[in-house]
Write a protein that binds this ligand. Structure first.
Ligand code: DAH
Length: 339
């Protein structure tokens, strides 16, 4: 009996030592101490032991069982601490590694161009103002010398809310609001959204942005207009930029002009960018029409003014060499990330 128990113990200890996982260890435990285990079988055989030998044999069995249980417990603790160690190693945080950068937003090219323009004009003493997007026909057209039957009204396909109220087709109404306040002199720019019922394509959108500008003072001349806008173009596109004023017509300015800048891509020689012209049109401008001053309560004999209107997208497209205006409105992060 004693030999059998020793053999069981020896084998059990060997198996315990060889168990490399808690599962394996459990198998060993069951195979020895479980219901059908080897040691349990020995215990069951106790009934065949002579009664006088039973205490002695019982003591040996218990001792064997205790030793095996102790070995099992030790092995279990050891396996658990090994597992914990492995887990800690796997989950180590290297605090010296640089942190992951959170994705940062980018300014929209329109916004960059606008901030640049605001910087230039505030530097010249201009105020940045706002004007309503939902506007009266009066401010968008009539007070700008565009009466009901004027052909310019057809050119700017208008979204009407009712007969009198519309979505502004141009920021020029800001001129009227500013003049009506009666605080002279005026030196302002007004950026904002404008609306026209245009189809979407590479150069058109039903919603786009303009920046209006206006100066009204006692001695304002066309030379001031030219000087200011020339300076603006050089600041925006570089010192070597040349400008050219071409006569044009706008109902609210007289005389009126469009201003071209020498192509900053080819310097004026002519390229794909300026369509071989060497020049790129960037704004409309002119001396405020005396009738417009008068309608807004300013004495045209005492005051004179100049005004200009810039398409913001046009500036941004040119400055950042973007060839499709639709990209400006799609909010594709891959596009925006470039700015
Ligand atoms: N409002 C004009 C447009 O939308 C642009 C413009 C031209 C504005 C001449 C002006 C100006 O202030 O003087 O086409």
């Amino acid at each position: 009996m004693k030999e059998r128990l020793d053999a069981i113990k020896e084998q059990a200890l060997k198996q315990i030592q060889e168990s490399l996982s808690p599962e394996k260890l459990n198998e060993v435990r069951v195979s020895i101490l479980g219901k059908k285990g080897e040691l349990t079988a020995v215990l069951k055989g106790m009934k065949d032991v002579a009664p006088e030998d039973r205490p002695k044999v019982g003591a040996i069995v218990n001792e064997t069982r205790a030793e095996i249980e102790e070995a099992l417990a030790k092995a279990k603790t050891k396996l658990e601490s090994l597992a914990l160690e492995a887990q800690m190693k796997a989950e180590t945080i290297d605090v010296t590694l640089p942190a992951k950068r959170p994705a940062r937003g980018h300014r929209h090219p329109n916004q960059i161009a606008l901030e640049e323009m605001e910087r230039i004009f505030t530097g010249l003493g201009y105020e940045v103002i706002e004007s309503p997007e939902v506007e009266k026909d009066y401010y968008n057209f009539e007070a700008l010398n565009i009466p009901a039957d004027h052909p310019a009204k057809d050119e700017q396909d208008t979204f009407y809310i009712n007969k009198e109220i519309l979505l502004r087709t141009q920021t020029s109404g800001a001129q009227v609001h500013e003049m009506e306040k009666g605080h002279l002199p005026i030196r302002m720019i007004c950026p904002g959204r404008v609306y026209r019922s245009d189809e979407v394509d590479a150069t058109h959108s039903p919603v786009f942005h303009q920046v209006e500008g206006m100066v009204v003072d006692e001695k304002t001349t066309f030379a001031d207009l030219k000087g200011t806008l020339t300076e603006f173009a050089k600041e925006l596109f570089g010192e070597d930029t040349k400008v050219k004023f071409r006569p044009h017509h706008f109902p609210f300015t007289e005389p009126s002009a469009e201003m071209d800048v020498s192509c900053f891509k080819c310097g004026g020689k002519g390229c794909r960018f300026c369509k071989g012209e060497g020049w790129i049109e960037i704004l409309g401008c002119g001396m405020v029409h005396p009738h417009v001053l008068e309608m807004s309560g300013i004495d045209p004999l005492k005051y004179r003014g100049f005004a200009f209107g810039v398409g913001l997208e046009r500036i941004a497209l040119l400055k950042y060499e973007i060839d499709d205006m639709r990209l400006m409105y799609e909010n594709d992060a891959r596009f925006l990330e470039q700015f």
